[in-house]
Design a protein around this ligand. Sequence first.
Ligand code: DAH
Length: 342
Amino acid sequence: MTGKIEDLLRRVEEFHPRTAAELEEFRIRILGKKGELTALMEEFKTVAPELKRELGQKLNNLKQTATQRINLLRSKMQEEAAANAAKIDDPTRPGSAGSLGSRHPISLVKNQIVEIFSRLGYTVADGPEIEDDWHVFSALNFPPEHPARDMQDTFFIEKNPDILLRTHTSSIQVRTMERQKPPIRVICPGRVFRNEAISYRAHCIFHQIEGLYIDEGVSFGDLKQSLLYFAKELFGEQTAIRMRPSYFPFTEPSAEVDVSCNLCGGKGCPVCKGTGWLEILGCGMVDPNVLESCGIDPLKYSGFAFGMGIERIAMLKYGVGDLRLYFENDVRFLHQFDSALD
Ligand code: DAH
């Protein structure tokens, strides 16, 4: 009988229930009316008197241990259940709002520019970032010895035939003209790549927006009026523009466009370097050679093109002094655009 008592004592001490039901089942099996302990008590009645003292003590000890252990396990389980119940939130409580991100300033400005030109009937066109020589240079009338084709400006992926990262979005002009017959009116935003040392005013990756309008009888006057409308919409009604003669291989005549400095109102300040004007884009009438390269008859059609850097416009619009901020994804910078319109 000693062996039976010790065996039961060991099972009681090693018992670890996972559920309250398991614990209750155990209690009934040990302490219940038909339980193992009750059966031992019955057996105890039949043992020899000289053994009664020792076995009686062992049985009492077993009963006490089993009762205490079962009570302890039960109260532990009840405590755990109460703690878990407290963890479940009030399901009717209003949810806490997740913090919203902000749109990147480059996207904000790009969207504004696209929206302004879409009011003039332009649609968005796209093209690949990995290009060939034809679409970035040759079709755009770049002579073979032009410095922009140099390794120092262009990231080449393969040589002969040349595969490269586009250095400007003018490649999308070519792709659009090859694909579409006039009238053509497209605005082409995109990422461009140049082998430049990174500084506060230069980066090897940046963004441009290209515009192209081809139809019968398109004039330089149309170009000037479209750009004036654009500048006033973007920088405010008081904005003036001026055009300075320039050179691009793909336009003839070519011009650079300045807007009146919106910080000093044209009086001259550090941002406009005292001139009252800020350069924002290049433009011109599409060179007849380019039209011809793209399968458009230059005797029948004419058109204009323009191209601008989005980072530069965003710098002027938001007073950002260092180009690198656009690429570092520092949330202290990005969160300043939380309330900007998109
Ligand atoms: N592609 C020129 C550049 O990257 C910008 C440009 C100038 C685009 C004049 C044009 C244009 O379409 O007419 O600097």
